[in-house]
Design a protein around this ligand. Structure first.
Ligand code: NI
Length: 187
C-alpha cells in the first residue's frame, strides 16, 4: 500500500480497443511499486465509475489483475455490499454445474446490459496484493463478477457469452426492470 503518489483516475478503454481482446500477461513482480500504484489507481477508477469490478485491460494494461469493488453501486441496485478484493494471476480451479442467467453490464461497453449465463459457484486460487496465495470460493453475484473480470484478462467481454441478441437491452430499460423488481420485492 506504500504508494508514493496519490491514486489517480484512469481512462477506461471501450469495446473496439484491441487491448480488450488480448490475453493479458502474468504479473511477475507483485511488489513492484508500479504494480502497486496501478492497483490503487484501478480501485479509485472503479469507485469513481460506480463499477463492481474492473480489469487491467480496461485501463490499457495487459496484465492479469482485476478488482472486485466492494462499494454498493447505483449501477447494480441489487448487488450485495462486500469488501474490495484485489485479484492477481487468478485460476479457476473448478465450477458448479449449475449455471444462472443474470444481467451484466461493463464499464467498457456503456449503455448496454445483457443476460449472461454464469456458473453459480467458482473455486479459485489467486494472489492478493501482498503476494499471498488465496484460495476462495465465490457464489452467486460475486461468482458472476469474478467470471466477468476473469474473461477480461482472457480477451473476452460479456457480449461473447450472450446466448441470444434478444437478451441484450439498453441501460435505460434495465433500470426500469430493476425498479420494477424492487417494488415487487417490497410488496
Ligand atoms: Ni467488464
Amino acid at each position: 500500500m506504500s504508494s508514493k503518489t496519490m491514486a489517480m483516475q484512469l481512462e477506461i478503454t471501450e469495446l473496439g480497443n484491441p487491448v480488450l481482446r488480448r490475453e493479458a500477461e502474468h504479473v511477475e513482480d507483485i511488489g513492484d511499486p508500479e504494480i502497486q500504484d496501478l492497483i490503487d489507481d484501478m480501485i479509485l477508477t472503479a469507485e469513481a465509475a460506480s463499477g463492481v469490478g474492473i480489469a487491467a485491460p480496461q485501463v490499457s494494461k495487459s496484465l492479469r489483475i482485476f478488482i472486485m469493488a466492494g462499494t454498493s453501486s447505483p449501477r447494480y441496485p441489487d448487488a450485495p455490499k462486500t469488501e474490495t478484493k484485489v485479484i492477481i494471476n487468478p485460476e479457476i480451479v473448478s465450477v458448479s454445474e449449475e449455471v444462472e442467467k443474470g444481467f451484466e453490464g461493463c464499464l467498457s461497453i456503456p449503455g448496454i446490459r445483457a443476460l449472461v449465463p454464469r456458473h453459480k459457484l467458482v473455486r479459485t486460487v489467486y494472489r492478493d496484493r501482498d503476494n499471498n496465495t488465496v484460495e476462495e470460493t465465490f457464489s452467486d453475484f460475486a461468482a458472476r463478477v469474478f467470471q466477468h473480470e476473469y474473461d477480461h484478462i482472457n480477451g473476452l467481454v460479456f457480449l461473447d457469452r450472450v446466448e441470444s441478441s434478444v437478451e441484450i437491452i439498453t441501460e435505460k430499460e434495465y433500470m426500469k426492470l430493476a425498479a420494477q423488481h424492487d417494488s415487487e420485492k417490497q410488496e
